[in-house]
Ligand binder design. Structure first.
Ligand SMILES: Cc1cc2nc3c(=O)[nH]c(=O)nc-3n(C[C@H](O)[C@H](O)[C@H](O)COP(=O)(O)O)c2cc1C
Length: 209
């Protein structure tokens, strides 16, 4: 089982979502000693902002690209190859200003590629092409919003992940990170329990596409 963990926090060692990802990684190493785990840390090692030049590079035919454009496309290709290669994809995502960190949004702009990670059928229906993966989102937030309209992260991530084929993500959220240390530790402990229950319950095989 190959697991790809994508970290999105900008807070490094102080990050709570990174703590949840660390907990999951520890559990997976115990349960799947032969499995591989690859970590992409978008906070520590940000990918360049997805800008007009990047979009232009992607729209330029391969044989007409400059060296700089080829490098931009190669970055997108490499990020996408990691996703196709993984059996399980874990996103560790803090809520920043009711949304996802800009680093993760830029990453999404690199990997949502027509004809590569999604396509439109002749009937005009979109089809995600990253199929057959287990998808887990470990999220942290300062306040409490689960199940309310203030949780704008869950619907957005559910939609964009499904768009590229990463359907049915399991969300585990630690809330109350900014409501005092006691509340933060309670939120993290609950999330760790959910992670433990999930990894025990999930068979370590690739899901049917
Ligand atoms: C720039 C910034 C914006 C934030 N915006 C929100 C927010 O809109 N809602 C919320 O509940 N918490 C918000 N928080 C609190 C974080 O979600 C909380 O501290 C969480 O633990 C961050 O995850 P991390 O520690 O992995 O970075 C914000 C924190 C930062 C640094």
């Amino acid at each position: 089982m190959k697991t790809l963990v994508i970290l999105a926090s900008i807070l490094g060692d102080r990050s709570r979502s990174n703590q949840l990802a660390d907990h999951l990684i520890q559990r997976l190493r115990q349960l799947e000693p032969a499995g591989s785990i690859q970590v992409r840390d978008l906070g520590a090692d940000p990918i360049p902002y997805f800008d007009g030049a990047t979009a232009g590079a992607l729209f330029t035919p391969a044989d007409q690209r400059t060296a700089a454009q080829s490098a931009m496309v190669a970055r997108s290709d490499a990020l996408i190859a990691e996703l196709f290669d993984a059996d399980r994809i874990v996103f560790a995502v803090p809520v920043y200003n009711f949304s996802l960190p800009a680093q993760l949004k830029s990453y999404i702009d690199y990997i949502a590629r027509a004809g590569v990670t999604f396509r439109y059928t002749p009937e005009g229906v979109s089809e995600g092409l990253l199929k057959g993966k287990q998808v887990l989102v470990l999220s942290t937030r300062g306040g409490k919003a689960r199940g309310t309209p203030s949780d704008t992260l869950t619907p957005y991530l559910t939609q964009i992940l499904a768009f590229v084929g990463l359907a049915d993500p399991v969300f585990i959220t630690a809330e109350g990170m900014a409501l005092g240390e006691l509340a933060a530790q309670e939120g993290l402990a609950q999330a760790r329990q959910h992670i433990d229950a999930l990894v025990q319950a999930q068979p370590p095989q690739r899901r049917a596409a």
